[in-house]
Design a protein around this ligand. Structure first.
Ligand code: UDP
Length: 329
C-alpha cells in the first residue's frame, strides 16, 4: 500500500519521505512547488506536481494510486507572513485541507497524519506545554492550523477519517546524507539566517526583541531535529494502522533555548564570531514555547535521537556550507 505525502518536496516533507523510503514504504509525493523543491524529492518516490486546492488534481491522485494513508504537509507556515497576508493562509491551509478531505471521503481514504504547530497555543499559560492546554493563537498561521484540527475532528466524527495531528515546535537541522536540508526563499527562520553569516551571505543576524519576559529578554523556543520529526510521522502512520483513535501530539525536545543562546551555539559550531544586533519584535511572536512531548513518547513510542542543539546546528551547518544557494545549482 502507498503513502501519499502532500508537500513532500518541502523541508519537513522531504525529510519524512527519506525516512519512509528507508523504512521500505511505497511513497507518492504531491507538491505545487510554490515553496518546495523538486530536487528535494527522493528519487524512489513518484512525484506529481499540483495543488491541493485543485480538486481534480487530488481526485486523480486517489484514482491512479492505491493510497492507504496520507501525510499532509502542504501548507504555508510563516508567522510574520500570516500576519500581513492572512487570507493566503486561510486559502491554502484551510481551504486546501477542505478540498483534500472531500476527496479523501469520496475515495474512502480513512487515515491522515498532518502538520500542526506550537503556534496553536498562542501565549502559553504553562511551560512545558501540554496538548490539552489552552489554544489561543496569536497569529493567522496558528489560527488556520487550529481550525484544520477542528475540521478534522468533525469530519472524523461524521465520516470515520482517523487523524493524527502533530504539533511541531521549531524544526531545524538537515538529513545525515547531506543531500537535503532547509531551503526557503526568502529565508525567515532563525538557524538558517544565523548560518548565512559564516557562509558569507549576510554580515550579521537580527535578534527580534530583547525585552521579552525571559531569562535574557529574547524569545525562547524548543528546537527539534527534522529527522526526529520525520520519525514521528512514521510512528503516527503505524499508530493509525493499528486501528487507534484520532489524536494530537506535541513534538519537541522539552528544552528551551533563547535566541541569544542559539546564536552562541552556532558561534561554537561554526567557529565564526557571528555578529548580532537587537531589532524590534516580530509581530505575532510568543515569548516562550517549550513542549511537553511525554504523550508522544508514551503513546507513539517516539524517542528523539538528535536532541542536542549543538548536533542539530552542526547538521544544519553541514548542509548550508555545502549548499550555500540551497537546491539551486
Ligand atoms: N528570530 C530572530 N531573528 C531572525 C529570525 C527569527 O530573532 O532573524 C526569532 C523569532 O522571533 C523567534 C525565534 O527566532 O523567537 C524562532 O523563529 P523562527 O522564525 O525560526 O521560528 P518560529 O518560532 O517563528 O516558528
Amino acid at each position: 500500500m502507498t503513502i501519499l505525502v502532500l508537500g513532500g518536496a518541502g523541508y519537513i516533507g522531504s525529510h519524512t519521505v527519506y525516512e519512509l523510503i528507508e523504512a521500505g514504504e511505497d511513497v507518492v509525493i504531491a507538491d505545487n512547488l510554490e515553496t518546495g523543491h523538486v530536487e528535494a524529492c527522493h528519487p524512489k518516490a513518484r512525484f506529481y506536481k499540483g495543488d491541493i486546492r485543485d480538486k481534480n488534481f487530488v481526485d486523480n491522485l486517489f484514482d491512479n494510486e492505491k493510497i492507504d494513508s496520507v501525510i499532509h504537509f502542504a501548507a504555508n507556515s510563516l508567522v510574520g507572513e500570516s500576519v500581513s497576508n492572512p487570507l493566503k493562509y486561510y486559502d491554502n491551509n484551510l481551504y486546501g485541507t477542505m478540498v483534500l478531505l472531500k476527496s479523501m471521503v469520496e475515495h474512502n481514504v480513512k487515515k491522515i497524519v498532518f502538520s500542526s504547530t506550537a503556534a496553536t497555543y498562542g501565549e502559553p499559560e504553562n511551560i512545558p506545554i501540554l496538548e490539552n492546554d489552552k489554544t489561543e493563537p496569536t497569529n493567522p498561521y496558528g489560527e488556520t492550523k487550529l481550525s484544520m484540527e477542528k475540521m478534522f475532528k468533525w469530519v472524523s466524527n461524521a465520516h470515520g477519517v482517523r487523524y493524527v495531528s502533530l504539533r511541531y515546535f521549531n524544526a531545524c537541522g538537515a538529513h545525515k546524507s547531506g543531500l537535503i536540508g532547509e531551503d526557503h526563499n526568502p529565508e525567515t527562520h532563525l538557524i538558517p539566517l544565523i548560518l548565512q553569516v559564516p557562509n558569507g551571505q549576510r554580515e550579521k543576524v537580527a535578534i527580534f526583541g530583547d525585552d521579552y519576559d525571559t531569562k535574557d529578554g529574547t524569545c525562547i523556543r524548543d528546537y527539534i531535529h527534522v529527522t526526529d520529526l520525520a520519525q514521528a510521522h512514521i510512528l503516527a502512520v503505524k499508530y493509525l494502522n493499528e486501528g487507534k483513535e484520532s489524536n494530537i501530539f506535541n513534538l519537541g525536545n522539552g528544552v528551551g533555548f533563547s535566541v541569544k543562546e542559539v546564536i552562541e551555539i552556532a558561534r561554537k559550531v561554526t567557529g565564526h564570531p557571528i555578529p548580532a544586533i537587537i531589532s524590534p519584535r516580530r509581530a505575532g511572536d510568543p515569548a516562550k514555547l517549550v513542549a511537553s512531548s511525554e504523550k508522544a513518547r508514551k503513546i507513539l513510542g517516539w524517542n528523539p535521537e538528535h536532541a542536542e542543539l549543538e548536533e542539530i546546528i552542526a547538521s544544519a551547518w553541514n548542509w548550508h556550507k555545502n549548499h550555500p544557494k540551497g537546491f539551486q545549482k
